[in-house]
Structures are given as structure tokens and as C-alpha cells.
Ligand binder design. Structure first.
Ligand code: C2E
Ligand code: CA
Ligand code: CA
Ligand code: CA
Length: 278
């Protein structure tokens, strides 16, 4: 085992140096791609489960690297968070979602919210609220077209987070707590964070038809949401049976491959109702 001066590249485990090198290379590529704009957004419909009608969409970022191909968000988002590259990237994502909201509006589609994912790393930026306001203003989009899905990715100052979320909701943007029921996002969370919606983690949905415990947890989250006056949505619905079960448990909104995978904007347009024309 070698001692290195800075201590950051010590090789205690086989593979560590390799991983560190890969990380540094990936971080470098990530920075270049943010500058060159090698990202796109895909959209996944959110459905009213009773009517089978689109009620909103979630925007999901895609990294299309010219040589490495498509790199999944689960690989690069954590790195973007650690390195704070998520701050400029996140602003680009919000702006892109706003541009799409404006487009759909202009095309005469029924108004609905585009949900944009944001990590607590982004919300910890001291000027995040004014950045959000500025982007919406510059893209000529009003707040009722935007929702923020919040994932707690690292320990964040709860008191600070509460204030930020409250300020975002005061603009008129709604806030959903993503992956609800897992990690930090447990029941005590909603006492501290003023959200509009609980998004039930897909791990509880995927075995809802075979696992009684998952059913009980979903039921408990729906009851909790009702009591607290929050909306509830299920993600990761892959079968009709799961959708039907969710309805019997009182969950009336959902998304998942059963309805549609995340797709480019024009591919999900056929699912969006047009506004009534007189
Ligand atoms: P998430 O926000 O929980 O998004 C749900 C993930 O599940 C998406 O993966 C989506 O494509 C996938 N999914 C949707 N329906 C189904 C289904 O029926 N079955 C299964 N098995 N999967 C389904 P994706 O797009 O790879 O994103 C992974 C994660 O990366 C997201 O989890 C989110 O935490 C993060 N992410 C994605 N886009 C953004 C973004 O624009 N900003 C930030 N900060 N994070 C993002
Ligand atoms: Ca999400
Ligand atoms: Ca989620
Ligand atoms: Ca997730």
C-alpha cells in the first residue's frame, strides 16, 4: 500500500484507482457535454388512472455522448451532484422544460404541468429561487405549468430546505416528494417539508400484486396523503393489474411503462388532449 501526499488516490482496494480514474474522465466529459449541449429531455405521461387520460408529464434528462453513446441518469446524476455540475445542467433542464411547455401551449394542448426533477443539491444553492423565477420569466411560462419533483440525495439542512420549498410553492410551482417511502423520505419527512404531492416509490408498486406488505404500505401512504391534504401518485406501473389495484387502494394517479416509457416530446403528443375549441 502506497502513501500519497494528498491522500485522495490511496490504493487500499484493488479497483479503486481504476474507479477514480473513470470518475475523473467522466466528470471531464460531463463538463464538456454541458458546454456543448449533448443533452435532451424525454417526457413520460402521468395518467389519471380512472379516466385513462394524461394529467401531466415528467421530464427526464438524457445524456447523448458523441463517442460513449447514451449514458443513463443513474450513472451521471450522482456525479453531477457531487461535482455541482448539476447546478448549470439543472438550469438548462428547467429552461428546456419551459420551452416545451410554451410549445405545447402554443399548439393548443390542454394545460398541464411538466414535472422537473431537482435534487437537494440544486435547492441548496442560495439563489435557486431567483434562478427559477428568472428562467420562467425569460421563457415566458407561468408557474402553473411547472412542478418540481424533489429527491433527497444527500443530507440537507431541513430548516433551510423547508424555507426554499415554501418559497418555490409561493411562486405557484407545485412540489412533489419523489421516491416516497424510501431512504430519507419517510413519514416524518412530510411534517418538515411542505409538499403538494407524495410520489410513491416504484419498489412498492412493482410487487403490489404479489406482496401484501407493499399493498399495506401503499394503502398507508394514500391514507396519510388524504389526512394531510396531499395528492398522491404512483410510479413504475407496468401492468393493468397494478393500475387496477392502485385504484382500489385509493391512488388515482400514476405513470409507468404500462402507459408509456419516457419518449421525445413529439412522441407523447398523441396522448395529450387538445383544449375544447368553440
Ligand atoms: P426518478 O425521478 O425516480 O425517475 C423514474 C425512473 O424510472 C426513470 O428512469 C424512468 O424512466 C423509470 N421508469 C418509469 N416508468 C417505469 C416503469 O414502469 N418501470 C421501470 N422499471 N422504470 C420506470 P431514468 O430516466 O433512467 O432516471 C433515473 C433517475 O435519474 C430518476 O429517478 C432521477 O432521480 C434521475 N433523473 C432523471 N432525470 C433527471 C433530471 O432531469 N434532473 C435530476 N436532478 N435528476 C434526474
Ligand atoms: Ca422523478
Ligand atoms: Ca421516483
Ligand atoms: Ca429515483
Amino acid at each position: 500500500v502506497k502513501e500519497h501526499g494528498g491522500g485522495s488516490l490511496m490504493m487500499y482496494e484493488p479497483g479503486t484507482a481504476q474507479k477514480t480514474l473513470e470518475r475523473i474522465l467522466l466528470e471531464n466529459e460531463l463538463r464538456k457535454s454541458v458546454q456543448k449541449g449533448h443533452f435532451t429531455l424525454e417526457y413520460q405521461p402521468k395518467m389519471n388512472l380512472e379516466l385513462g387520460e394524461l394529467s401531466g408529464v415528467e421530464a427526464l434528462v438524457r445524456w447523448n455522448h458523441p463517442d460513449l453513446g447514451r449514458i443513463p441518469p443513474d450513472t451521471f446524476i450522482p456525479l453531477a451532484e457531487e461535482t455541482k455540475i448539476i447546478v448549470p445542467l439543472g438550469e438548462w433542464i428547467l429552461r428546456q422544460a419551459c420551452k416545451q411547455a410554451w410549445q405545447w401551449r402554443k399548439q393548443g394542448f390542454k394545460p398541464f404541468r411538466i414535472a422537473v426533477n431537482m435534487s437537494t443539491v440544486q435547492l441548496e444553492e442560495p439563489d435557486i429561487v431567483s434562478t427559477i423565477k428568472r428562467v420562467l420569466h425569460e421563457e415566458d411560462v407561468t408557474p402553473e405549468f411547472i412542478e418540481i419533483e424533489l429527491t433527497e440525495s444527500s443530507f440537507a439542512d431541513r430548516e433551510e430546505m423547508r424555507h426554499t420549498i415554501q418559497a418555490i410553492r409561493e411562486i405557484g410551482i407545485t412540489v412533489a416528494i419523489d421516491d416516497f417511502g424510501t431512504g430519507y423520505s419517510t413519514f416524518s419527512y412530510i411534517k418538515e417539508l411542505p409538499a403538494d404531492t407524495l410520489k410513491i416509490d416504484m419498489s412498492f408498486i412493482q410487487d403490489i400484486d404479489v406482496n401484501e406488505q407493499s399493498r399495506a404500505i401503499v394503502k398507508a401512504i394514500v391514507t396519510l396523503a388524504d389526512t394531510a391534504g396531499l395528492r398522491v401518485i404512483a410510479e413504475g406501473i407496468e401492468t393493468e393489474e397494478q393500475a387496477k389495484l392502485l385504484l382500489t387502494l385509493g391512488c388515482k394517479e400514476g405513470q409507468g411503462y404500462f402507459y408509456s416509457k419516457p419518449v421525445p416530446a413529439d412522441e407523447c403528443e398523441y396522448m395529450i388532449p387538445k383544449t375544447v375549441e368553440y
